[in-house]
Design a protein around this ligand. Sequence first.
Ligand code: R5P
Length: 340
Amino acid sequence: MTRTLQAPHQISPKTHPAPDAMPSTSERFRLIAGSAHPELAREIAGQLDVPLASAYVGRFPDGEIDIKIQDDMRGTDVFICQPTCPPVNENIFELLLLIDTLRRASAGRITAVIPYFGYARKDRKDEGRVPISAKLVANTLVSAGCDRVLTIDLHAQQIQGFFDIPVDHLWARPVLEEAVRGAGLENLVVCSPDVGGVKLARAWAKSLDASLAIVDKRRTSSENVVMENVIGEVDGCDVLLTDDMISTGGTITQAARILKEKGANRVCIAVAHAVLCGPARERLAECPAEIIWVSNTIPLEGDLPPTLKTVSVAPLLARAVTRIHREESLSALFWDGGSS
Ligand code: R5P
């Protein structure tokens, strides 16, 4: 599939809606941080201008999780911020225990704010004798007493249907897009590193008025991929590679390489979740992309490649929390249609 490139143009900044008024501390509303990403929880609390609820999350000597919420939660609309990023099992179980604690403390409504939802890649039985892990995680959250989920860029949108409770699904793209628009990319092509990411790439391309390309990717193992062809014209163009996550970094790094081989000018990357496991940091350090924008749905610690730039989803989550608490529509947060 070859697409005709549009006339060279430079993408420009876009106007965003004014922020909503945040809940006042007098409202029966509380935000709790799990230990997966307290920094993001603090940022959301700062945006909302509310203190974080006082909760102790520790460990018993044998490693079991110990929890005590100090504040009265009776009848309160509670939001727990806990991405289920690595250590995935620890973070999921801690979230379950926080939900159980709140349910037994008679919280009015419990919303799990899961900026990154782990185990999402196992969303169907694609061969014999494998679990559907995403469904099991959804079931356990609901069984524990979760009333609602707020999440960002699920690996597969159909995971929303695994929950028999409301799921508010946000996109990091509008937040990342502000950074992308400031980078002065010209004659832009948005490229998906695989067929699965085409819908997201198309949404980016539509919003940035850019052409679309796709890399033909074959996964040979959980850490390795093979890429030989690019579908679409990238020669002489700036290219923005988009994806939902960087895990081991194999996909995005190889895609950036093949785009360069095919004559791309500047190559940049925009990704919602920086899981960065295994060889990811070394791979990204060698990646020919000029800038790698990621959101802060997952805490980033240690040595990071200088090309990695983080944009915060805290204002987006704060707006969503406010609207959920006030029973207002969240559609207004998708001023240009999410990823569709
Ligand atoms: C695949 O379907 C995903 O959208 C990502 O492309 C993939 O999970 C990235 O994994 P890695 O960084 O290990 O190549």
